[in-house]
Design a protein around this ligand. Sequence first.
Ligand code: ADP
Ligand code: MG
Length: 511
Amino acid sequence: MSQTSQLRERLEQSFGYKRFRPGQSKACRAAMDGRDTLILMPTGSGKSLCYQLPGLELDGVTVVVSPLISLAEDQAASLQENGIHAVILNSSKSKKQIESFREDLRSGRSEFVFTTPEQLQQTDLCELLAEVGVDLFVIDEAHCVSQWGHDFRPDYLCLQYARKRLGDPPILAMTATASARTVDEIISCLQLINPVTVSNSAYRSNLRLAVKACDSEASKDELLHRLLTYDDGLVGNEPAIVYCNTIKDVERLAEKFSNLDAPVLVYHGRMKKQDRLDSQNAFMDGPPAVMFATNAFGLGIDKPDIRQVIHYTLPGSIEAYYQEVGRAGRDGKNANCTLMFDADDLRVLKMFAGGHLDSSQLATAHHCLCQGVQRCGSEDGTVALTDLTKISALGRQTLKNCLQQLASRGIVAPAGRGRWRLLLSEVSRDITDRIADDARRRAEDRQIALRQMVEFAGRHSCRWSAILNHFDDDLTADLEDCRCDVCEPDINRSVEKAVEAEKREIAEIIS
Ligand code: ADP
Ligand code: MG
């Protein structure tokens, strides 16, 4: 039997799917052949299967890194539903649980291990896994390595070292963000070797993109009210996300709209961890709700029936915008995505785009690690970040950021369990200058990304073709069924007309 028909049989047996979706078969075969693989497919197109199937076929353990532990849990649960044993390693596990986890690995009972980059660094998990034998290292939401786009997670920068510690298994990296820039960053940061690239069009015909110019907070609030209450048989009482750039807006709007028919939820980075989790769970599993959130919400969530994504403020890049609207309509049914655009939003956004490390901070962090290894390093030459903070003038977070930047150049390396190792004992001014320059350049890149987003919002041309152009996607010819507000303004007008009629009706009742 050919490899492909064997895989197809397995697809049906283990997952109950009749056929592969576009790109899945190619991705599975590449991973089975031990190649590094990069999967660029839109949200909802079935990226997970591209590691699940090879993971089952290959003998060793498949390690899957997700940016958030809640995502890791979702992924593990979906495998377990299919009767496949998977374990999750997170910091909330007790000693006893970790012991039984080790047992499961040693006995070969677990085929999949889900974790986060932090966990891989903080524990001796890598060494344990290497002993058992890892034959696929999966990096989900790989665009998190990108320092200028969206969802940046510094710990992703260290995954190339995790691969080495795992015994050099092939990497399978997956993302929905496919700009040439991000792809380059993923390949260089993860040090993918001659990767097989599987790339599907970013076009999602079921997402109706619309941009609404607004000139004040009041006009935005009024539009938002209409969007959240108008029932055109598509969005009435169905799950919606409203994205805002500031926590202040999230809280104000949640308060203002607290008497909607649907439950109102909030999510942002300053909430307590448990509150955030409760809020996410309520959105995922509870009755249809409206979620008011900052961009901290939504990465990788697998909720099929989100019917509306509304941007109350402009996202910082087209990548971010695409990721966020992509969370709507994963079930393939129509969904509406409305971007509100007020030139005033730009002030806040420009503020977000700044921020970088300077050369002397990098040199200080390096010096501190040299000192730390001598003064309080353990036998294996590693030293804990906690000990370093005691002898450094830099704050813990800055110190960690600096070490991560130095690690991305192979000058230092994370050694697991929150410990760091020195690889080069000398680092010239030239090099720290260069790293700092890169950081500055990334801040400039963020400004450029923002400008592109403003241009997108301001231009009156097909929304989807603008996005596909941005991603160098050459399938622009298939846009015949595009329903964006430029290609099909009628839907909009009929909504407006109906709203007008409704207003008249109410006026009549009142008078
Ligand atoms: P994403 O690309 O966003 O990571 P997922 O991997 O979460 O997407 O998959 C989205 C949905 O598609 C899941 O509910 C999954 O069960 C379903 N799916 C994946 N592959 C297939 C297939 N070959 N046939 C039918 N459904 C599939
Ligand atoms: Mg996914």
